[in-house]
Design a protein around this ligand. Structure first.
Ligand SMILES: *[C@@H]1O[C@H](CO)[C@@H](O)[C@H](O)[C@H]1NC(C)=O
Ligand SMILES: *[C@@H]1O[C@H](CO)[C@@H](O)[C@H](O)[C@H]1NC(C)=O
Ligand SMILES: *[C@@H]1O[C@H](CO)[C@@H](O)[C@H](O)[C@H]1NC(C)=O
Ligand SMILES: *[C@@H]1O[C@H](CO)[C@@H](O)[C@H](O)[C@H]1NC(C)=O
Ligand SMILES: *[C@@H]1O[C@H](CO)[C@@H](O)[C@H](O)[C@H]1NC(C)=O
Ligand SMILES: *[C@@H]1O[C@H](CO)[C@@H](O)[C@H](O)[C@H]1NC(C)=O
Ligand SMILES: *[C@@H]1O[C@H](CO)[C@@H](O)[C@H](O)[C@H]1NC(C)=O
Length: 300
């Protein structure tokens, strides 16, 4: 007797239990794109749309996102931030599809959404919406960037913007080793809630060193990379070479002065010698030295 009744009870329960299904994993939507929040429900027998109620709500605050009952959308209670941005799929409702289309997803849309459905019986389920935006390609700058000397302390700044959520930043040297010390990161949100990420790495300069900044958006599994190589170009004379250069310059200058002095003396000597020789040959050196062209000016 019991073995006959039990299947009958199970059938009745199966008919009565209603199931609402939503994605178990968070729904990731790109900032600015349209997102479909899937929600499907089971029903035991064909129904009229006028018997169906669908309530999409914010799970935490119970604020209305979208409502449908009496055979049409009911948006009088809709939260302001969803105005003109939501719709169901009217042709799909009769087939157990109460999914919500959300236009132009914003950072502030992130959170838990409950899909509540009533037809014959009722049930609900909640899903999580996550918003994502890729970061711009990072850019690395050097401060200061001129007159660098090995041993100087410099700040390398890596900037990437317009992303969401928070990025992971990894600094590496030319050999791919993680640099973990002396890094300070900061995150600033713009009016859209998108982040600008700034990471500053302070290093003691060595010639021929490469520093790269890797910015990863875990949610989108995308990363951007920028690097800077500090070569001889950025680096001024290292101290030792500078002093050697100055020393050489001073030596050269001294040598030139000495040479000039020697030359001067030699010229003077040879001049006097020439004068003496001339004096010995001619008792009137003044006439000898007089420019010849002066003579042509004299009127005959
Ligand atoms: C509605 O479903 C619940 C279980 O979700 C069940 O306990 C209840 O009996 C059902 N009610 C009707 C009227 O089918
Ligand atoms: C929504 O449901 C459809 C059909 O089941 C599926 O193809 C799609 O991947 C789902 N989308 C999400 C975001 O779960
Ligand atoms: C519901 O219908 C829409 C529009 O056809 C579709 O994109 C979505 O994947 C459907 N969802 C489910 C859970 O079937
Ligand atoms: C929604 O659309 C209506 C009609 O197009 C418009 O009057 C209203 O200002 C819009 N609301 C928002 C918040 O955009
Ligand atoms: C560097 O750090 C990243 C992230 O923290 C890690 O995955 C990677 O294994 C590290 N690499 C080295 C060489 O330490
Ligand atoms: C970190 O910075 C301090 C001073 O700014 C410096 O003394 C130290 O050597 C730096 N550490 C590393 C690993 O660069
Ligand atoms: C720096 O790199 C250049 C070119 O790769 C090389 O010629 C030079 O010797 C290197 N200097 C040092 C100090 O490693």
């Amino acid at each position: 007797m019991l073995s006959l009744l039990l299947p009958a009870v199970l059938v009745v329960q199966a008919l009565a239990v209603m199931e609402v299904h939503v994605p178990e994993l968070p729904v990731v939507a790109l900032h600015g794109s349209d997102a479909t929040l899937n929600c499907s429900f089971s029903f035991t027998s064909p129904f009229d749309l006028s018997e169906l109620s669908v309530f999409w709500q914010l799970t935490d605050t119970k604020r209305s996102v979208h409502e449908y009952w009496n055979g049409r959308d009911q948006l009088a209670d809709q939260a302001e931030k969803f105005a003109n941005r939501t719709s169901l799929f009217p042709t799909q409702l009769g087939m157990g599809n109460a999914s919500l289309l959300l236009h132009q997803v914003k950072v502030t849309d992130e959170g838990s959404y409950t899909c509540f459905v009533r037809v014959q019986n009722y049930s609900s389920a909640a899903l999580l919406l996550q918003v994502a935006a890729p970061y711009s390609k990072p850019v690395v700058t050097l401060e200061p960037d001129t007159n660098l000397r090995p041993g100087d302390e410099v700040a390398l700044t890596c900037v990437a913007y317009g992303g969401y959520p928070e990025a992971d930043v990894l600094w590496q040297d030319g050999a791919g080793r993680n640099l973990t010390q002396n890094i300070s990161n900061s995150l600033v949100a713009n009016e859209k809630g998108l982040f600008s990420m700034t990471s500053v790495l302070t290093v003691v300069l060595e010639p021929n060193s490469t520093y790269s900044c890797r910015v990863t958006n875990q949610l989108l599994a995308v990363e951007g990379l920028a690097s800077v190589t500090i070569s001889g170009q950025n680096i001024a004379f290292p101290p030792v070479a500078l002093w050697v250069t100055i020393g050489l310059a001073v030596c050269l200058l001294g040598l030139l002065i000495a040479l000039a002095a020697v030359c001067r003396r030699k010229i003077k000597e040879s001049c006097e010698e020439a004068r003496r020789e001339a004096a010995a040959l001619n008792p009137h050196p003044a006439i000898l030295l007089a420019p010849t062209h002066l003579g042509s000016k004299e009127q005959p």
